[in-house]
Design a protein around this ligand. Structure first.
Ligand SMILES: Nc1ncnc2c1ncn2[C@@H]1O[C@H](COP(=O)(O)OP(=O)(O)OP(=O)(O)O)[C@@H](O)[C@H]1O
Ligand SMILES: [Mg+2]
Length: 157
């Protein structure tokens, strides 16, 4: 199970102001009161899935715009930060809102073992390069039990 997300940090997504170094196991059960944020947490993995499928803008549009994706909106939250740890591999990205209520990449970086590639810029190609560099071209499974899984398709080489 070395290809699963072991730990993650989410900052600024919906009701998640900051979830730092949150550890995931092979099975994760979310329990909480109505409105506690269970669906938002699962929604983060849905966003990741869409992001990998190059459907970020469609996903953001369906959510009702970038403002709705950011914790308490864009006036309060200037960026959405995600850090994924998969064993010795990791992937980080920062999304920022645009004037027309989209989310774009402010930056992304990936690291695999001792190698590290940092990618600046906002392009989709940069994201894909980063994902490939970390061996994370991914298939994600999200659901009511909040299982997050990344399936490695390309080894870092
Ligand atoms: N952009 C946002 N910023 C801050 N809070 C938000 C944002 N978007 C949604 N929320 C809050 O998230 C909460 C809903 O969270 P969510 O739907 O994940 O709860 P839940 O645990 O799945 O609840 P239920 O058990 O009813 O399904 C609401 O209180 C809503 O105000
Ligand atoms: Mg829910």
């Amino acid at each position: 199970m070395s290809d699963t997300i072991k730990k993650l940090t989410i900052e600024g997504f919906k009701s998640i102001r900051e979830l730092k170094d949150f550890e995931l196991r092979s099975l994760n059960v979310l329990i909480g009161a109505n409105g506690a944020g269970k669906s938002n947490f699962v929604g983060f993995f849905r966003l990741l899935r869409q992001l990998v499928d190059q459907r970020l803008q469609i996903a953001v549009g369906k959510e009702g715009g970038a403002g709705r994706c950011l914790y308490l909106g864009p006036k309060m939250t200037k960026q959405l930060v995600a850090k994924l740890y998969l064993g010795s591999n990791g992937y980080e990205f920062v999304l920022i809102p645009t004037a027309n209520d989209r989310l774009i990449f402010e930056g992304a970086s990936a690291h695999a073992d001792s190698a590290r590639e940092t990618i600046e810029g906002a392009s989709r190609a940069a994201l894909l390069r980063a994902l490939i560099a970390a061996g994370i071209l991914a298939a994600l499974v999200g659901g009511a039990v909040g299982i997050a899984r990344l399936r490695r398709r390309r080894a870092f080489g």
